[in-house]
Write a protein that binds this ligand. Structure first.
Ligand code: ZN
Ligand code: ZN
Length: 222
């Protein structure tokens, strides 16, 4: 069983305890629609393993509010209310009810909001924002770390091309040669590598070059 299938099975198990019986069929169909999308599966898993209100509930629609550098701000509308999630190919972080807006200064700054009030003002009418489409169906996004065409990959993305040898940055030997060591473990070593990479000039994601034949999804590689 692939990792994505395992994730799907875990979510369905959680849903048996979390979703009101009358909503189960519809809620399951929504999850299955996203069965190959790690971004959406992270949200479903986070939501159904920790129901924000502690009441039975079901996600009815996901809407994409923002997307930048492989990070998605997604609103999950449920039978009870609307919730915000900050999602990457790695994880989903619960931010709270949409009605309260975003409190984290870092998140507001990342998406260029001046304040929580500015955020709330933009999202007064949720229906004008698009329904989330699985990230891997966007041909302009890196299939692994989900940055857009022309953006720099998340460090560790296997699609990133090494600026020194032209190979796959996560598998060529350049990082070891440059740092003069045979492994890379600590944060400070990664920082050092990042400094060297930035100096050399990192190669951004190119949809044209990298998209067509790339078959892997993040969870399958874990
Ligand atoms: Zn990438
Ligand atoms: Zn290299």
């Amino acid at each position: 069983m692939s990792t994505l299938n395992q994730r799907l099975a875990d979510i369905k198990l959680l849903m048996r305890y979390a979703v009101p019986p009358e909503d189960l069929a519809k809620a399951t169909a929504l999850v299955e629609k996203h069965d190959t999308d790690s971004v959406a599966l992270h949200i479903f898993h986070a939501f159904y393993s920790y129901l924000p209100e502690g009441l039975e509930d079901a996600i009815t629609v996901l809407r994409l509010l923002e997307r930048r550098q492989g990070t998605f701000l997604i609103c999950a509308t449920t039978a009870q209310t609307d919730y915000l999630y900050l999602v990457t190919s790695e994880q989903a972080e619960f931010l709270g009810p949409l009605a309260e807006g975003i409190w984290e200064e870092e998140v507001l700054a990342f998406f260029n909001y001046e304040s929580r009030e500015a955020f709330l003002k933009k999202f007064t009418d949720l229906n004008t924002f698009p329904v989330y489409v699985p990230a891997h169906l966007h041909t302009d996004l890196c299939p692994f770390c989900h940055v857009a065409d022309g953006e720099i990959h998340t460090l560790g993305c296997p699609v990133e091309v090494c600026p020194w040898c032209g190979g796959q940055l996560t598998s060529c030997d350049c990082r070891f040669t440059l740092l003069g060591r045979s492994d890379l473990k600590s944060e400070s070593q990664l920082e050092e590598l990042l400094t060297l990479l930035n100096k050399k000039g990192r190669l951004p994601f190119s949809a044209e070059e990298h998209r067509p034949a790339y078959p892997l999804t993040p969870l399958d590689l874990q």
